[in-house]
Design a protein around this ligand. Structure first.
Ligand code: DC
Length: 217
């Protein structure tokens, strides 16, 4: 099975890239951030997010996680993302979710000729022997603008838009810091990853760049 690992910062374009690659090559795709977001969301629903034993409660939820029940639409809020990043610093939770991700790859080996996983520690931890590793990043301003566009707010006064952008920049900066500085599986490019900056290129250009690398090899 061909393995493609895609890591990177929030709104860098890694998710769109992963989906397009999965479609082109007919590979199975897993957005691993959704697992952390789902656990965070369950904590909020069960009002365990204010508990002082977050690691225990998130581990219980993670053990019973059903991949098929995860719907991206319910998990988009910044509150969920922030908590996901916080609980992602807990070793026990990571251990459970890592195992689930590896099981997912194993289970799909017979059905698909390739798999694509995107997240923060795919190239370094989940698929250390991946055939291709990509690390995607972009400037914080550009990423915040992309996030704002994704939110699909039809009309915003110029002043409100600026305010919202500042809020998103702060949220994303805080989350990046937590993801990069945590001691366990921090967000870093694998030594053998292709590092691509998408500040000045759009999703189509990124897709072309990456498919060129894959198809050449
Ligand atoms: O990709 P995302 O923005 O949906 O991820 C939400 C958070 O989950 C992210 O800030 C850190 C955590 N995460 C992680 O630690 N490891 C992964 N492989 C994927 C996500």
């Amino acid at each position: 099975m061909i393995e493609i690992a895609i890591d990177g910062t929030a709104a860098s374009g890694k998710g769109t890239l992963a989906r397009k690659l999965a479609e082109k090559y007919n590979f199975i795709y897993l957005d691993t951030g959704l697992l952390y977001r789902k656990v965070a969301n369950e904590l909020i629903i069960k009002k365990k997010n204010i508990s002082n034993d977050l690691e225990y409660h998130s581990s219980v939820i993670a053990r019973n996680l059903n991949f098929l029940e995860i719907k991206k639409e319910d998990l988009r809020s910044e509150e969920t993302a922030k908590l996901a990043s916080l609980i992602a610093t807990h070793p026990k939770l990571r251990e459970i979710l890592n195992l689930k991700q590896k099981e997912f790859v194993e289970e799909n080996k017979k059905k698909f000729s390739g798999c694509i996983l995107d997240g923060r520690d795919i190239g370094t931890k989940i698929l250390p022997n991946a055939n291709f590793k990509f690390f995607i990043d972009a400037s914080i301003e550009v990423r915040a603008k992309r996030r704002l566009l994704e939110k699909n707010i039809s009309f915003l006064h110029e002043k409100d838009e600026k305010c919202m952008l500042q809020f998103l920049i702060k949220q994303m900066n805080d989350r990046d810091k937590l993801d990069i500085k945590r001691s366990i599986s921090p967000l870093v490019p694998a030594d053998d990853a292709y590092v691509i900056d998408t500040t000045f290129i759009d999703a189509d250009e990124l897709f072309l760049k990456v498919t060129k690398i894959i198809d050449e090899i």
